[in-house]
Design a protein around this ligand. Structure first.
Ligand SMILES: *Cc1c(COP(=O)(O)O)cnc(C)c1O
Length: 233
């Protein structure tokens, strides 16, 4: 087995064990393979192990890989910061966008979604604990943003996403993840997705109700260049 195939098997086992520990059905937890900075060949290898959903952070990089991999039936998720002048390729080339945090972006994505494609699946990114990440709406802004996004014809609001401040403490990890779940439940909107959990806090996220875990380094190894490449999206 290749390393990527082994890693996928290990991460799937982690998801199953975490689901079991909190009496959840592991089928309700999707594995989003975060392939940013990794070559198309790595995605091809993951695909050979049954992986279909891939997450990318940088638009130009993602478009290049999509072109190289057009022979595969992949589901593409955008999870990085969004510039308002870059929404058209997102609307045209992705199935999901997890990082919508303001109405202007949502409106542009809806207007620019091609008519022949199904509605673009949207998660609203929330900055739950208001610390490191500059991205994400505030918990106070969320209800009005969510209501407005549900009115947009070519989007389908699926749920919420967050990127908490990294910590290795498994108890502290659960605090912002529980907050995201409570915010989702508080909207009373029947949203089926919570996009939360990365390589380090997968177990905490599953315990708090994650339906998408976004896993990069545990699948593809450490990244060679830092995730903050400046303003490109
Ligand atoms: C890079 C990234 C991930 C994956 O992080 P790992 O720690 O490598 O698993 C998940 N979500 C977002 C938004 C990311 O940018």
């Amino acid at each position: 087995m290749s390393t990527i195939a082994e890693n996928i098997a290990k991460v799937r086992a982690r998801i199953r064990e975490a689901a079991q520990a909190s009496q959840r059905d592991s089928a309700a937890i999707g594995l989003l393979a975060v392939s940013k900075t990794k070559p198309a060949a790595a995605i091809r290898e993951a695909f050979a192990s049954g992986q279909r959903d891939f997450g990318e952070n940088y638009l130009q990089e993602a478009l290049g890989k999509q072109a190289e991999l057009s022979d595969l039936d992949l589901i593409w998720h955008f999870i990085g910061p969004i510039q308002s002048n870059k929404t058209r390729p997102l609307a045209e080339h992705f199935d999901w966008v997890h990082s919508v945090d303001r109405l202007k972006i949502a409106q542009r994505l809806s207007e620019q979604r091609p008519a022949h494609l199904p509605p673009l699946n949207i998660c609203l990114q929330v900055n739950v604990s208001g610390e490191t990440s500059k991205s994400g709406c505030t918990p106070e802004e969320l209800p009005a943003l969510a209501r407005a996004v549900t009115q947009l014809p070519h989007l389908k609001l699926r749920g919420l996403m967050t990127i908490p401040e990294p910590t290795e403490d498994p108890v502290a990890q659960r605090v912002p993840l529980a907050q995201l779940r409570e915010l989702r439940d508080g909207l009373g909107m029947d949203l089926d997705c919570l996009s939360m959990g990365m390589s380090q806090d997968l177990e905490a996220a599953v315990a708090e109700g994650a339906t998408w875990v976004r896993i990069g380094s545990a699948l593809f190894g450490a990244r060679d260049y830092p995730v903050n490449k400046g303003s490109e999206s």
